[in-house]
Write a protein that binds this ligand. Sequence first.
Ligand SMILES: [Zn+2]
Length: 60
Amino acid sequence: MAAHSPTAPAPEMITVDPDADEVSCDGGGGALGHPKVWYSFDGKDSAECAYCARLFTKGK
Ligand SMILES: [Zn+2]
């Protein structure tokens, strides 16, 4: 019934340069890391990593 498991890690929100067109993510390295990938904002204000669900948001 509950939508969220209490043991599931909350997605991180990361603020990036408002002038950035793309952002890279490697999951922070270590056991939680993943291959480095780049995401284009593509005109939007945020991009979510498909690997680790981090949400990259442009700063103001
Ligand atoms: Zn990631």
